[in-house]
Design a protein around this ligand. Structure first.
Ligand SMILES: [Zn+2]
Length: 131
């Protein structure tokens, strides 16, 4: 299991909370990807381009994963991800939605990582949980 603690410190507590919530609901969450190196992203991107990877992959240098701003998680049942995605968005995060159902990230992280260097801060923070 990929380690959540490698993520951006801003994202870590929220990621832990989401995984905890998924466990509490009985969905057996498994984090499959957190931080990727440039080389890992490049390898994954080649698989995606070749049609042998089921999820969208950003070109190397443009993935929120390379900056520690995103993680991927699977659950049982897999469909529980939609519910968890809605929960994540209610906390202010960005969810991959039907396009990338396993992907959770800081608000706007993918949009920033397409144009930013790794030390650029994301522009907004997750909101505290409302209840
Ligand atoms: Zn992802």
């Amino acid at each position: 299991m990929a380690s959540l603690s490698e993520l951006d410190p801003e994202l870590v507590p929220w990621a832990n909370q989401l995984v905890g919530e998924a466990s509490a609901r009985g969905y057996s969450p498994r984090v499959t990807s957190t931080v990727r190196t440039h080389g890992e992203q490049a390898r994954l991107y080649r698989r995606f381009v070749a049609g042998t990877w089921p999820y969208p992959v950003a070109p190397p240098g443009q993935s929120a994963h390379e900056y520690g701003w995103a993680f991927d998680m699977v659950t049982e049942p897999f469909d529980a991800l939609a519910e968890l995605g809605a929960l994540w968005e209610s906390w202010g995060g960005t969810y991959g939605g039907s396009r990338d159902r396993v992907h959770f990230e800081l608000p706007g992280a993918s949009a920033s990582s397409e144009t930013s260097s790794p030390d650029t801060e994301t522009s907004s923070l997750l909101r505290p949980q409302a209840h």
